[in-house]
Every structure is written in C-alpha cells, then in structure tokens.
Design a protein around this ligand. Structure first.
Ligand code: NAD
Length: 505
C-alpha cells in the first residue's frame, strides 16, 4: 500500500462500513459528528447503522466462514505478517488519528499501536497455539482419543471509546487466525482509526467477508447480539452495558466475554521508594486523562506514607501540562466529550459536598487556542473515606482520591469491598507485604511497584467481579480458547488383529 486514504476529509464525509470486502455507504442511517475532543470540532460523520447493515455483515461473514475455516492454520497465520508490516509502516499515522479522535497524548497513542501490533505477532503463532491434544489407547486398548480445536463461525467485537485502535486487537487477530470470521463495531465516538485498519485489511488480501466493519451505536450492538448467525461477542465498555451485553448475548445462545468498568486502587506502604512511586501514580491516574480501564483512581497511603505521598503528589501535579495531545509538551489531553467533562465535574462537586478535601484542580481547564475543547484540570482529593461516591463510583476522568489508612489489612479491605475488580497495585520494598497483597486482593490485574498493570498480548486481559462477565478473557491463550471449540474424536479399527496389521493380509 502506498498511501492510505485519510478518514478525515476536508468536506467531513460520512464514514463507510466495510462488508464482504467492499466499502459500503449507509445513506439511510442517521449520522453523528465525530468530534476532536481537543478542539470540539467535527472531523467526520459516523453512520448509526441498523439491523439491515448488521444482517448484511453477518451474512457476508457467514458465507466467508465456510471456506476460511478450511484454510490451513499456517496459511491463515501468514496474513498476520503483512498486517503487522502495515501497522508498523503506518503506525505514526494511526497514532495521530487516535489522538485526534480520542484526545490522548501522542506517546500514549503510539503505545496503543504497539499493543495492537503485539497481538498480531502473538496470533501469528496460531498453528502452535491452536493445537489440540491426543492420547493413544486413551479410550481403551486399541482405541485412540484426541481433541481438536475448531472455529465456530461469526464473532463480533463491540468496542469502547478509550482505546479506539487497540481493543479490537485483543480479539480480532485470534478470531480470524483460528478460522472464524469477524465483525467490528467501534465506539461511535472514535471510529476513525478502525477505518484505517480496514484499509489495511483490504490491502493484505483477506478473502471477502473474513473481516467486516459496521459503524453505529447501541442499536447496532443490539442487532449483533440478536443476530442468529453471530456465534459469539467480545465486549469492552462500562459495567452496566457489559451486564446487558452478557445477559442478552447469553439469552440468544452466544458465547460472550464482557469487560466492564473499574475503580482501581494503588496502595503505598511506608517503605516504598517515593521518588519512583510518584511518577508512576501520576501516569496511572492522569495518563489518558484517567480514561484507562487500568487507571489508578484511589491512592491509599498506609500509615506514615500519607504525609510524603500527599506532599509529593501536590508538588508534582503542577507539572501536568494540559492541552492538545498532538503538542509534544502536553502531558494530559482532553476528556472524550462535553458530556464526559460535565459528568466528571459533577463527581468532583459531589466529592466536595461529601466532605472530601479538594487539594488540587477541580475545574474545567483553560487551554489557549482550544476554547472548544473538553479539558478538566488534574484533580486530587484527600480525606476520602470508604462509602463516599468518590471511593465507590467509576469517574473515568483525571480525578485521584486519596484515602489514608493505618494498615495494609484496611487497604485490602477497601479493595475487596469495591464492586469492581479490574486492577490494584502495591508500592513497597517488602516481599512479605507484596505477597500478602497479591494473595488476598480479588482483582484481575495486580501490580507490584507497577502503576498500570497492563498484561502483554500473550497474557489474558481481563478483570474480576463486576469488571468482567464471562470465563475467557481477551488476548493470548484465553482468546484462542474463546474462539475455538474442542471436538473429540474416539477412533478404533476392526480390520484385523495386530498380527494382520503387520502385513500378513
Ligand atoms: P460504553 O459501555 O458506554 O460503550 C461501549 C460500547 O457499547 C460502545 O461501542 C457503545 O456504542 C455500546 N453501547 C453503549 N450503550 C449500549 C447499550 N445500552 N446497549 C448496547 N450497546 C451499547 O463504554 P465507553 O464509555 O465507550 O467506554 C468506557 C468504559 O469502558 C469505562 O467504564 C471503562 O472502565 C471501560 N473499559 C473497560 C476495559 C476493561 O478491560 N475492563 C477496557 C477499556 C474500557
């Protein structure tokens, strides 16, 4: 591919879908503007495609499945190599698009491109990952038994706004490499980078219908959940929607893995190396404006850690420059929308009226030349207590709540009383405390001296309790399990006894 068509056009055209190997305009659908959150300006229009487009995509994917499933795994895996090359070649362009549609700073966007590439690399190993197992005489004398993995059919991904490029890559490379066909529905707030990804899909020459893109919102998602040809759904988003997706997909007999929201805790013990802790906490809480599912949202200094943590955080927050994520000096970009900004500011006001101490920020941020952007000041509270909304509700914005406690035991209790179980981190130099923490907290991703415990592509990405509904997570072997079924063959032969089989016919 020489040049990719930019999805951002001067005339603000409506983005197309990609179905059965063709770009398909949905002229009948209502369209929403896609806003650059740093400026508030529209950069494209996204169609809210309905059940008809979903049906077209599901049929195209179903038709493609019949021959795609029979392509040898090593040949399916070979599509991953040119896909990886294109993602690398156009990585900067993709990252800039992610920043434009989402607002996160360019370094974060580049990191998300890298994570997408790593999933493609892991899926390139599908012949090994997908192998089954067998046992000679496993079902009795002269009766062999083996289990082979098989693809199931059409799968769909319903994605959130906060990682526009990366999240579908937790699923798609594994789904298609194992022989399934796939439909992606990006978040209607951030559909631009997937548009570019599908140009790459076209370029690598996948058979028509193996991958499909349908733009839209909740009705599009529901049409996927209800379509009889869709065998399974991978969802990432907020907990109320995850619960809905899990129930509706399961009621329709589909496989489903649904990742939900989060309220992640960072515990700082008195022996932690403070000059390492603070940059990690700042990145965790305010990177991507707190709009990461692994973002630290509550910091719990234990005992004597409280004073130094409070002092160092206040001093460091001054250095978080807020602005357009494309500006290399900027540390924190906007939040996704005006509605998100207003909701976050509402949560901050609620925290003040609940009696928490507002130490830093708390207001919309003014960014010169970006008066239409959706900026919130990085915000720090102290004196947050268990039970306050600041401690229990997902804010998904740049707000860090400090909740000092006396013991590690109390800190672990705070984590376990939360309905969420996505991530938790401890900062300490004590192996004993770290192990105690690791063994007792019931979350999906645990960090020891790590602010954002994000699993690599060959480890499962998923949470616990109300942060995840399902059994297999995204990425790696879990994804291979999710996208395959095990079929058992038990085999014997009646053609003669063993002496005959040695050649005396
Ligand atoms: P969201 O739940 O509002 O939307 C996610 C997707 O669901 C979008 O594609 C949207 O179009 C669709 N959708 C929204 N409402 C729907 C409905 N009623 N019925 C059917 N579909 C619907 O989430 P979001 O605001 O885009 O993303 C932020 C959320 O995602 C946060 O809660 C964050 O914690 C979570 N998240 C979790 C993880 C994880 O791994 N656990 C990762 C990333 C984001």
């Amino acid at each position: 591919m020489q040049t990719l068509k930019s999805p951002i056009r001067a005339d603000i055209t409506t983005l197309p879908n990609y179905i059965g190997g063709e770009w398909v305009d949905d002229r009948d659908a209502e369209a929403l503007p896609v806003l650059n959150p740093a400026t508030g300006e529209a950069v494209a229009m996204v169609p809210l495609s309905g059940p008809e487009m979903v049906n077209r995509a599901a049929r195209a994917a179903h038709e493609a499945f019949e021959s795609w499933r029979s392509v040898p795994p090593i040949e399916r895996a070979r599509y991953m190599f040119p896909l990886r090359d294109l993602l690398l070649k156009h990585g900067e362009e993709l990252a800039r698009l992610v920043t434009t549609e989402h607002g996160k700073v360019l370094s974060d966007a580049r990191g998300s491109v890298q994570r997408a590439i790593e999933n493609v690399e892991v899926a390139a190993g599908i012949p090994t990952l997908m192998m089954g197992y067998g046992l000679e005489n496993g079902a009795g004398r002269d009766i062999d038994e083996d289990a082979a993995r098989r693809p199931l059919g059409v799968f769909a991904c319903i994605a959130p706004f906060n990682f526009p490029l990366m999240v579908p890559f937790w699923f798609m490379p594994y789904a298609i490499a194992t022989g399934n066909t796939f439909i992606i529905k990006p978040s209607e707030q951030v559909p631009l980078s997937q548009r570019l990804v599908f140009e790459m899909m076209e370029e690598i020459g996948l058979p028509p219908g193996v991958v499909n893109l349908v733009n839209g919102g909740r009705d599009t998602a529901d049409a996927l959940l209800d379509h009889p040809l869709v065998k399974g759904v991978s969802f990432v988003g907020s907990t109320p929607v995850a619960r809905h997706i899990y129930a509706r997909a399961a009621a329709n007999g589909k496989r489903v893995q649904a990742s939900g929201g989060a309220k992640n805790v960072i515990v700082v013990m008195p022996d932690a190396v403070m000059d390492k802790v603070i940059p990690n906490v700042i990145n965790s809480a305010f990177g991507s404006s707190g709009q990461r599912c692994l973002a630290g949202s509550i910091i719990i200094p234990v005992g004597e850690a409280h004073g130094p943590v409070r002092e160092a955080l206040v001093a460091s927050m001054d250095r978080i420059k807020v602005g357009n994520g494309l500006d290399p000096d900027v540390v924190m970009g906007p939040v996704i929308s005006a509605a998100a900004r207003d909701r976050i500011l509402g949560a901050i006001r609620g925290g003040v009226s609940e009696g928490a101490e507002l130490l830093v920020g708390g207001q919309p941020a003014d960014v010169a030349g970006h008066e239409g952007g959706f900026f919130v000041q990085p915000t720090l509270f102290d004196g947050v207590r268990p039970g306050m909304k600041l401690a229990t509700e997902e804010i998904f914005g740049p707000v860090l709540s400090m909740m000092p406690v006396a013991t590690l035991d109390e800190a672990i209790r705070v984590i376990d009383e939360s309905p969420y179980g996505n991530a938790a981190s401890i900062f300490t130099e004590s192996g004993g405390w770290a192990r105690e923490f690791q063994m007792r907290v019931d979350v999906g991703n645990i960090g020891v001296n790590i602010g954002v415990a994000a699993p690599m592509a060959y480890f499962p990405f998923g949470g616990a309790r109300q942060s995840f509904f399902g059994t297999q997570h995204g990425q790696g072997r879990d994804a291979v399990d999710f996208f395959t079924d095990r079929r058992v063959v038990i085999r014997r032969w009646f053609g003669g006894d063993r002496a005959d089989a040695r050649g005396h016919w």
